[in-house]
Ligand binder design. Structure first.
Ligand SMILES: Cc1cc2nc3c(=O)[nH]c(=O)nc-3n(C[C@H](O)[C@H](O)[C@H](O)COP(=O)(O)OP(=O)(O)OC[C@H]3O[C@@H](n4cnc5c(N)ncnc54)[C@H](O)[C@@H]3O)c2cc1C
Length: 391
């Protein structure tokens, strides 16, 4: 007879692990099935920037809640998330000024510690930044970045401590139904039963949904990051920067390194097979992001390139996730499509998945914004910027 659980989660990325923690905390018997190892997908390669700057209130609240968890991880979850508070700076050109102001006003209503600062103030605080092209900036002193693999492993330990089971190198190959109700899954290691199955498979989310004959608009897209060693005199570090003028983001990394990636809507066009894509960084990407970095941080002209890699975003048409029951009343749910900005939301998402399975809604965190039907209803989640990933 197949081993039976209350809930089966497919995928041990941040969403699967955080959801397992929350569901197990609510007393459910949870099993996470992972085809590889913990964090094998984008979660383990995430830049893991924890910022709160979003365009809509639900995601801002999710980010606000999640930052509190990252700040107090040992008490709230247990273990370490490697959170480092560096501050987060958004830099904008003229065309984004109104969006920036509206976002900051909304975020302050939510309780987020953020403020608009003039470019003269940016120079005063961070004299190494070039600001001639800037109109304004927003600054969140409490934000920073986490260590993705530490975070995942802490969630796994905490979930196991509450009775959850993790089966690694166990690939789900099918989802079984009895009539309209999900019954369990088939895997490379046998079958498992549960009345609830949650697809947390990230870039493989569309493939897993197809096991039940359902099409979901999630593309698996190749994205890259590069590392540069800061020159002598700049070892101390810098805040996380989202530079809209040059469509680039960067944060510090250990060893006097700066990690750089793009904020580029065209990343959605690099659709690849998540099982077969080039994982090394392209030299033209390194040259491109290096130039963008130097325009804002001129001393990086003397930096040394020290490598990089490619990973995957799971991108939906509006760059926001799907959190929904895929067939109403079936017990088959999806929580995927975080489109390159999900890591920071992981703690809130776990809560929302537990709510979704239990049929409740935590005030302020209404998952219905992320329903699958929004695309058919022509009611996508709308941001205030064209940099879709900025949310
Ligand atoms: C380079 C990069 C930088 C990023 N930077 C940031 C950032 O700074 N801040 C931020 O908030 N977000 C960032 N993100 C986005 C963030 O990392 C993702 O949104 C998040 O990690 C997605 O987590 P997930 O759990 O949904 O998916 P994943 O991490 O993809 O986990 C899915 C898991 O499912 C498993 N799986 C798939 N199919 C099956 C199957 N059939 N059976 C069993 N297991 C299966 C996979 O092996 C994988 O481990 C970044 C992403 C990348 C790639």
């Amino acid at each position: 007879m197949a081993e039976a659980f209350d809930v089966i989660i497919i995928g041990a990325g941040i969403m699967g692990c955080s959801s397992a923690f929350q569901l197990a905390t609510r007393g459910l018997k949870v099993c996470v099935l992972e085809k590889s190892v913990i964090g094998a997908g984008p979660s383990g390669k995430s830049s893991a920037i924890i910022r709160q700057h979003y365009s809509n209130e639900v995601t801002a609240r999710m980010a606000f809640h999640s930052l509190r968890v990252f700040q107090n991880f040992a008490d709230v979850v247990g273990g370490d998330a490697g959170f480092r508070r560096t501050g987060f700076l958004v830099l904008t050109p003229e065309k984004d000024l109104e969006g920036l102001k509206a976002n900051v006003a909304m975020q302050r209503r939510v309780g987020i510690d953020t403020q608009i600062i003039e470019s003269t103030e940016v120079v005063r605080r961070w004299p190494f930044l070039e600001t001639a092209d800037l109109v304004a900036a927003a600054y969140e002193p409490e934000s920073g970045y986490a260590d993705p693999n530490l975070t995942l492993n802490s969630y796994v330990q905490a979930a196991k401590g509450r009775g959850a089971t993790f089966k690694l190198e166990t690939e789900v190959t099918g989802v079984r139904f009895m009539g309209d109700k999900v019954q369990g899954v088939d895997t490379t290691e046998g079958s498992f039963d549960a009345p609830v199955v949650v697809n947390c498979a990230g870039p493989w989310g569309a493939r897993v949904a197809r096991f039940a004959g359902i099409g979901v608009p999630i593309d698996s897209c190749r994205v890259q990051v590069a590392f540069f060693r800061r020159p002598r005199g700049y070892e101390v570090g810098h805040p996380v920067v989202a530079d809209f003028n040059h469509a680039v983001y960067w944060r510090q990394e250990t060893g006097s390194l700066t990690l750089v990636g793009l904020i580029d809507p065209s990343e959605k066009d690099a659709v690849v097979d998540p099982e077969a894509y080039r994982e090394t960084v392209d030299s033209d990407f390194v040259a491109d992001v290096g130039e963008r970095l130097v325009k804002r941080f001129p001393a990086m002209e003397r930096s040394e390139h020290t490598g990089g890699y490619a990973a995957l975003y799971d991108i939906t048409p509006d760059w926001h996730p799907l959190m929904d029951e895929l067939i109403e009343g079936s017990g088959f749910y999806i929580c995927a499509g975080f489109s390159g900005h999900g890591f920071k939301l992981g703690p809130a998402v776990g809560l929302m998945v537990a709510d979704m399975v239990g049929g409740s809604i935590t005030p302020g965190m209404d998952r219905r914004l992320f329903r699958l039907n929004r695309f058919a209803e022509n009611d996508p989640v709308r941001g205030r910027y064209k940099y879709s990933i900025a949310g």
